[in-house]
Design a protein around this ligand. Structure first.
Ligand code: ARG
Length: 595
């Protein structure tokens, strides 16, 4: 379906052309003065310059032409030269009815040219618990992926595990100190290694910080860990078997955590998967003359003439020949291109890594790891802060584990809905349903609280505000959906149906406003995709929910006596519910049946 703004623009453009002006002046936007009109066109102001004529004279001419068009109930020229427009109730209702007939898409067409887009998000580190820093990447990346998929693209999410480097050597070294008798440390051992890991996730999560702490105070321990890392990376069997255990135990735990967040990945690749591609990649960079030695290190220049800030060379290998974070990201691009040939790769990473990714992207382009037309996009996000405006911490000042954060919001939500239930008395949700409902609302609170901000901005994680049923929050959106569900249930429960009915012209301002809010869906979805901007979806559903609630408060729906009117309301409610549910699906959460 064409977007409503485009349809209106076509009308206005035609009017400009008919009156002898350039059609380009007919562009229409949503009104920024909803008290005066619904849509507006400011083209006469610009045209005035070209045609050396007073803007209001032009606006008058256009308004006169549009006034006779059945699409507009109002086409008014306002000094100095604005065109204020309102749609007829019939035209608007017809568009909304078409949206409803377009099941599951609501007027939003899938792309005619599907792209393969890889989204690099999550980025957890093996053996370290997920902390709040990983939350944003997971939430934003998942939403970006779902939006792209809705638009018809082939979206592939890759978790890009941090599973390479010193942390592995640290764990191995600590384990060896504790249990030197384990077969993994016996270099002469030639047999099969046990299938069962010699540690649990709880132990692993304790081993790593202990080892990391030791390496900071003991040079000898650090040396040993580095040696273990080197041996692991150069094929020592026992260590590789340990690595497999660490990965296994860790990934099982990570999957459980991500599942609780309604986040999933198509690929569970890690930094280690990129290592086999490094030698050939480096050789080629040397052969092609891009990589050169500078102070012993191998580097590629990536600065450009137009740079206003210094962009240092991209380091490919350290002077001791060891690879780096850069090397891994570059080699990851190599296998991604080879295996998936993506049109675009989007990285959802902390914005503090922006310069780093500028280096990586430039290096990848310059050395031909990607095609000239391959998109490399950095979607940097800001920090999630506590109420004191500083990075979110535990009460004791430590790094907040993601699980604890989620649990605390769950608890808060459970408390709230239990209180709610007590007030309502007649509606009794049992304990299991209450816990499940609390979980759903808590997830909405967390995700909406995050996604309603532009990703690049820092924001304050305020549990009280995020879990409120009022205001621009996830729970408010869910509450609105549940309210609609409840009305629909009562309607159908009374044995009535709205089969074959169609949305008719609005009888009230609030009814029309609801329709005006809903018709923006297709344009909004396209924009949210084009700008990788989930916050646009939040802004849209907040307005839609507000418009619905105003309509609800002013309209008797269940007691409406005119059957046709009532059925039309029911259809409008169905559409509102479906659009809201589709949108929260794109944000990565869902609504309960009741709350
Ligand atoms: N593991 C990294 C961290 O915890 C994030 C990885 C981001 N993605 C990437 N392709 N470099 O900071």
């Amino acid at each position: 379906m064409k977007k409503i703004l485009d349809l209106i623009t076509e009308k206005v453009t035609a009017a400009f052309a008919e009156a002898g002006y350039d059609a380009k002046y007919g562009k229409v936007t949503v009104s920024n003065r909803p008290d005066l009109c619904e849509y507006q066109c400011n083209g006469a102001m610009a045209a005035a310059k070209e045609y050396k004529k007073a803007p209001f004279l032009i606006a008058d001419e256009i308004a006169a032409k549009l006034a006779v068009d059945p699409v507009f109930s109002m086409a008014e020229s306002v000094k100095p030269g604005f065109l204020n427009l309102k749609l007829t109730e019939e035209y608007l209702a017809d568009y909304v009815a078409q949206m409803q007939a377009d099941e599951g898409r609501f007027g939003c067409e899938k792309t005619a040219e599907p792209m393969t887009i890889m989204v690099d998000y999550g980025g957890p580190n093996v053996a370290k618990p997920l902390h709040v820093g990983h939350l944003r990447s997971a939430i934003i990346g998942e939403s970006v992926k779902r939006i792209g998929r809705f638009m018809g693209h082939n979206m592939i999410g890759d978790v890009h595990l941090g599973d390479w480097g010193l942390q592995m050597g640290l764990i191995i070294t600590e384990l060896r100190e504790r249990r030197p008798e384990l077969v993994y440390f016996d270099e002469g051992y030639k047999g099969e290694y046990p299938e069962e890991a010699p540690f649990t996730i709880a132990e692993l999560e304790e081993i790593y910080p202990t080892a990391s702490g030791k390496s900071k105070v003991s040079e000898a321990f650090k040396e040993e860990a580095m040696q273990a890392t080197w041996e692991l990376q150069h094929g020592r069997r026992g260590y590789q078997a340990l690595l497999a255990h660490i990965l296994n135990v860790s990934v099982t735990d990570l999957k459980r955590n991500y599942e609780n967040l309604n986040v999933s990945f198509e690929l569970w690749k890690g930094e280690s998967d990129a290592q086999p591609y490094i030698p050939d990649m480096v050789q080629k960079m040397k052969d092609d003359g891009y990589a050169y030695l500078s102070d012993g290190a191998l580097v590629v220049d990536v600065k450009e003439e137009t740079d206003t800030k210094e962009v240092p060379p991209c380091m490919i290998l350290k002077s001791d020949g060891a690879s780096l974070y850069n090397t891994t990201d570059l080699a990851t691009i190599v296998w991604r291109m080879k295996d998936y040939n993506p049109d675009q790769i989007i990285y959802v990473v902390d914005k503090r890594q922006e310069l780093y990714f500028t280096q990586v992207f430039r290096c990848a382009r310059k050395t031909g790891l990607v095609k000239p037309e391959t998109g490399l996009k950095f979607l940097g996000f800001g920090t999630m802060n506590g109420r004191d405006g500083k990075p979110f911490k535990t009460r004791e000042g430590g790094v907040m584990r993601l699980e604890y954060l989620v649990d605390s919001v769950n608890e808060e939500m459970l408390k709230k809905i239990t209180e709610n239930q007590k007030e309502k008395e007649n509606l009794c949700i049992d304990a299991d349903e209450a816990a499940e409902t609390a979980r759903m609302i808590a997830l909405a609170a967390i995700k909406y609280g995050d996604l309603s901000n532009q990703a690049v901005k820092d924001y304050i994680f305020d549990v009280d505000r995020f879990t409120s049923f009022e205001g621009n929050t996830g729970p408010y959106i869910l509450y609105t959906i549940v309210r609609i569900k409840s009305i629909l249930n009562k309607f159908y429960g009374s044995g009535k149906t709205a089969d074959g009915a169609r949305i008719g012209a609005a009888h009230s301002k609030s009814g029309k406003d609801l329709m005006l809010a809903i018709v923006g869906f297709n344009a909004m979805a396209e924009q949210a995709f084009a700008e990788t901007a989930p916050h646009k979806i939040c802004a849209f559903i907040y307005e839609l929910a507000n418009a619905f609630n105003s309509f609800y408060h002013e309209t008797k729906i269940l007691s409406e006596e005119d059957e046709k009117t009532q059925k039309s309301y029911i259809c409008l409610l169905e559409l509102t519910k479906s659009v809201l549910e589709t949108c929260i699906g794109l944000l990565g959460f869902s609504a309960p049946e009741r709350m």
